[in-house]
Design a protein around this ligand. Structure first.
Ligand SMILES: Nc1ncnc2c1ncn2[C@@H]1O[C@H](COP(=O)(O)OP(=O)(O)OP(=O)(O)O)[C@@H](O)[C@H]1O
Ligand SMILES: [Mg+2]
Length: 263
């Protein structure tokens, strides 16, 4: 039975590329022959929308076949898994109702560990090589659940003037979570939405390089409108346009992720 590696994508800064990176690293890992489960942990349902159109996603949100119901009812997550149209890639969808997840968690016993418990059987089954979880842009009990259920954290950072604002809060939160989940490791920071005509990437890299004990992935994801087109078509970028720059960069990043996990 093979071991499952759980990786979450989190950053309290909104729009830093968490959902895009989770979707496209997940797709690339599956394209490399891995068995992958994606979990949408955000009420915005962006990861779900990356695979299903608006109508189907709303139907999933309303039907109860989603992560919100599973967490609220403290269920094993196995029955909530859906196939995607891609081999080796499955998904647990989110719901717009996730907006009240903090409220639902509040009275629960060991409320930071509900997701970890829900994933236990799936991990034990060895059914997946990787489970990737997309977090919302918040730092509360729910994101704590996501981190406590993970072996590794990847922080996507946008190369923009405000991209690093609040990153100190993110590190502080990660350290707090490590008290409950001491095995959680920061796998690395992934720099996204790089526009070489602007100078922010240099500034961003200088600031990030000055941080101690933090690994940066050497692959940067450049701004590429193909990403938005692929999302508009509910497809990962590699499935939408295999030869695009973004597809190549995400495959490269996924290979780095594999190497970092195995080192
Ligand atoms: N490399 C890229 N090139 C162009 N657009 C991008 C790229 N990466 C992400 N985007 C766009 O930037 C926006 C934010 O990306 P994304 O939704 O992945 O960030 P997020 O961190 O998940 O946001 P949130 O905090 O709201 O969950 C989206 O509209 C997405 O289409
Ligand atoms: Mg998102």
């Amino acid at each position: 039975m093979s071991q499952t590696t759980v990786i979450c994508f989190a950053n309290n800064k909104g729009g830093s590329g968490k959902s895009t990176t989770c979707c496209n690293v997940g797709y690339s890992l599956a394209a490399e022959g891995n068995r992958v489960l994606l979990i949408d942990g955000d009420m915005q349902m962006n990861l779900t929308l990356s695979f299903f159109d608006d109508e189907k996603s709303l139907e999933l949100a309303k039907s109860g076949k989603n992560l919100y119901t599973a967490i609220k009812e403290e269920r094993d997550l196995t029955p909530f898994i859906l196939p995607t149209e891609y081999e080796g890639l499955e998904l647990i969808p989110s719901s717009t109702l996730m907006s009240s997840i903090e409220f639902e968690l509040f009275p629960k016993w060991q409320r930071e560990l509900i997701l970890r418990q829900g994933l236990k059987k799936i991990r034990q089954s060895g059914r997946y090589d990787y489970i990737l979880i997309d977090a919302p842009p918040t730092l509360g009990c729910w994101v704590m659940n996501i981190m406590c259920a993970s072996d590794y954290l990847i922080i996507p950072v946008e190369a923009s003037p405000w991209g690093l604002f609040g990153i100190a809060n993110m590190f502080e939160f990660y350290e707090q979570v490590q008290r409950i989940a001491p095995d959680l490791k920061l796998l690395g920071i992934a720099v996204t939405k790089v526009n070489e005509r602007k100078n922010y990437v240099k500034q961003t890299m200088e600031t990030l390089n000055a941080l101690e004990d933090v690994t940066l992935f050497s692959t940067y994801i450049h701004t590429d409108s193909t990403i938005e087109w692929s999302q508009d078509n509910s497809k990962p970028v590699m499935a939408y346009k295999k030869n695009s720059r973004a597809a190549g960069e995400y495959l490269q990043l996924a290979k780095e992720v594999i190497n970092y996990v195995n080192r």
